[in-house]
Design a protein around this ligand. Sequence first.
Ligand SMILES: [Zn+2]
Length: 422
Amino acid sequence: MTRDADPPRGRGRRRPDSAPCPCCASAVAGSPAFVHPAVPVLLNVLAPTEEAARRAPARRLELVDCPTCGAVFNRAFDGVPYGPDYFVDPTRSARYRQHLDDVSDRLAARMERSPTFSVVDVGAGQGSFLAHLAGRLGTRVARAHGFDPAFRAGQAQLPDNVGVTAARLDAAGAAALDFPVDVVVTRHVLEHVAAPVPFLASLRESLAAPFLLLVETPNVAHSLEHGLLHDFCYEHCTMLGETALAEVLGRAGYDHVQVGRAFGGEYLLAFAAAPGARPAAPRPTPPDAGVPRAVPTRLADVARRFVPEHRDRLRHARARGPIALWGAAGKGALFVHLVDPDRELVSTVVDIHPNKHGMFLPGTGHRIVSPEEARRRTVRTVVVANATYVDEVAALCDAMELRADIECVGNRPFTRTARGRP
Ligand SMILES: [Zn+2]
């Protein structure tokens, strides 16, 4: 999934220190909960050499949490230069495909009165969700079309009724659709958008309403509850919880907003109705200052503990033998950047995706290897960057006899001592 959503990316859009919350518009003042002077701008652009990885562009992270709606945003966000080398593909994971089944089934249930329906995906990446949806729901999906400027046509394999335009959704792209749109999907886009209300409103304006909107985005409450500072990467400039997402959808003119959790609580899945032709009716009033906090503000607490506690855990593990971090995507890359910037503790990074093997993580320059190579290197501890995948990682380690202790990043440590070790 590649982000096509944020209108012009580039400099000059830095949020001022007194910026209102981008989700609920209430005033947010005071010191940021967490500041890092330089984090890699793009964690999902891997480098071919260690030197190139260490030179990856980095910018300031200045995380602020809104006391009214609970959103967390990067006040120093200055746009992201997405290009064709941006690579995200979680679909090799069975756990992730299970999640796509769940999203597909929930959408089908919402459309139960329509024997068939058509779908537009904004920020479709390589079209993998639309292809999954068409495979899961069969003939119920009449037509499906995605928009993403980083779509690589030569590398995509899509069913006949699924297409992707390698461009942002705009008026011309919307006009070129040769079918009426029943459902608009935008998954893992909103967290990359500095101004989420105008973005969601623009979908209503580009595509002929009425339609059902499906939004999927990380759940900031999950990141805070589990102590996951490494979820707050530079790209994720707007992290929302249930209250903030409902607020954003309402202010963008959507009705019948329902926000639920998905993927073990890690993601939010919202459905909302884009009403038929009528003037946009964004709610202009910021919430009252006295409104209770939607999500307890604990980012500062998470931020204070994260690095020292994980460094301590890694030091203990390192004393027993080599450590491999499992997961060479955004979470893994930011975790080592925060906790092991000089590569003193984590020996190697493991990923199941063959495109990543032999590449280097932006920032720290940790090398990425296959699970098989990790086994050959007699890794003693595997640290899973995203605990949602831990059962899958543990099963894979068992199957290939990679006898390592398994731990997870976060404040609820899962620890499994290696099976079969003498
Ligand atoms: Zn807010």
